[in-house]
Ligand binder design. Sequence first.
Ligand SMILES: Cc1cc2nc3c(=O)[nH]c(=O)nc-3n(C[C@H](O)[C@H](O)[C@H](O)COP(=O)(O)OP(=O)(O)OC[C@H]3O[C@@H](n4cnc5c(N)ncnc54)[C@H](O)[C@@H]3O)c2cc1C
Length: 524
Amino acid sequence: MLDAYRERDWDVIVIGTGVGGGSAARRLAEAGLSVLMLEKGPDLAGTDKAEIETMQTDPAARLDAGMWPYPLEARIDGRESQLHGMLGSCVGGTSTFYAATLERPEPHDLDDSPQRPHPTGGWPLSYAEMTPYFDEAEKNYLISGETDPLSAVPSPALRAARPVTDVDAALRRAFEKAGLHPYQTHIAAAFPPDCQQCFGRRCLRPCKMDGRSAGVQPALRTGNAQLLDRCNVTRIEADRRVTRIHCQRAGQDFTLSARHYVLAGGGLASPSLLLRSASESWPTGIGNRHDLVGRNLMFHLSEMLAIWPGRGARSDAPSRALSLRDLYHVQGQRFGLIQSMGIDAGYGEVLYALNQMFEQSSLRRLRPLRHGLRLLPYGILPILGPAKIFVGVLEDLPYSENRVLCDPAQPDRLRFEYQLHDELLHRRAAFRKEMKSAFRAHRRIFFSQMPTLNFAHPCGTLRFGDDARKSVLDRDCRVHGIENLIVADSSFMPTSNGCNPSLTIAANAYRVTDRLIDRIRHTA
Ligand SMILES: Cc1cc2nc3c(=O)[nH]c(=O)nc-3n(C[C@H](O)[C@H](O)[C@H](O)COP(=O)(O)OP(=O)(O)OC[C@H]3O[C@@H](n4cnc5c(N)ncnc54)[C@H](O)[C@@H]3O)c2cc1C
């Protein structure tokens, strides 16, 4: 069976089928190119697995369920940890389980200006150059919602916003009364009548738009693409060109080749694969002449705040309808957007938040008081009802020492080192202060006192740029020094932006595959 894949003369092989890989494959196949999509994990179509089982420890069972086979291994602020957080490994990648909130960044996320200086001097291309691709991603991912009232940037492809629940309508009115500017969150879903709101788990209906439904499936429908799941790419062989890739499937080792390659294994796995592909031509890993592969790893910081809707507006059902950008950029500080998470805070969540507050307070030595805390939610919840949980998405910035490492003896174990810099901690404190003040009209409680990194948003580890000494990829996301290898996942981002990453990943995948299609047509 593998012979059919080996013998065919592919135009492009795409490694990984998440938002990046799926979007790239779709674009290439729709342009008439022959595309082979390789995915380490299974195609979950036909199975009914919907929930994330992050505590599963058996590697084979994890992969069967669509998760990376091993927990992430990390050294964070010098402390070793194993993280069971979610990294998808299946057709659709992590987006299979994502919450489908696809928001546009702000112009200052990419552009440098005297009013809003960019921490890296700006991305190698402008917001205006990205705009047509944001529009197209909004269209292909069937995104509905409202334009942010604070934004001057139109979103022409946005579908009409959905009706909101009574409690969201009440919250919105209250936010507006407090001078804030809520708008309806941008969600990627078809919303059929039987929509189950599978935001944060796998969707079993033709509804949520992700790397599979908005990428792989349309690619396959062209008749120009094929998919090989459970196929792990173990090594890329390259000098000035990639000559072939080494794969493993069902215990069999084999090689595949194509004229061009798109790497889209995700912000942790893509740099890991390049590092593990060291050779005589690339002694420290592909693209790593300047020791940049895997560096500048970023996540976001999540600031979770439970907000009680207020008198007479009891939470009816969890929903993720509202976002706000009032604190995206405040007095020269880069923060990020705030959005509802689609989770209500009941007894357990409120108790957790109270315990966190207690541990940070001067009362923490009075242990008997801690037991009393257990009773507090019983007093609060019957009066106030459940709270709505909102999250502030705080931008992370690149630091060279935050990086993905690769142990060639255990290449499947994704490992990174991360240091929480003072700059980030100060910005976090300022963001929390602003959040507290913005929602002062409501009863509210922060969920966590300690900084919470969002390990589901890794990016920046193969940054793009014009200077080959300071970036791994050129502006078209081609690996500097290699003619036929581009990267189309979250690794390319030089900064993490103040919003969820997937719209940017999809838009950039379209952009870089357009450049690739141009090159292929030019040389044909
Ligand atoms: C619970 C949850 C909620 C989220 N909610 C949102 C949200 O609302 N909005 C948002 O924008 N983002 C959200 N995210 C984050 C978002 O899912 C990711 O940022 C995005 O999907 C990353 O896409 P990617 O293409 O870069 O990589 P991935 O989705 O990680 O895809 C990489 C794929 O490549 C495969 N692969 C890797 N290495 C190899 C190899 N060597 N050989 C073959 N295949 C390989 C992997 O198995 C995987 O399937 C969420 C994430 C989680 C976990």
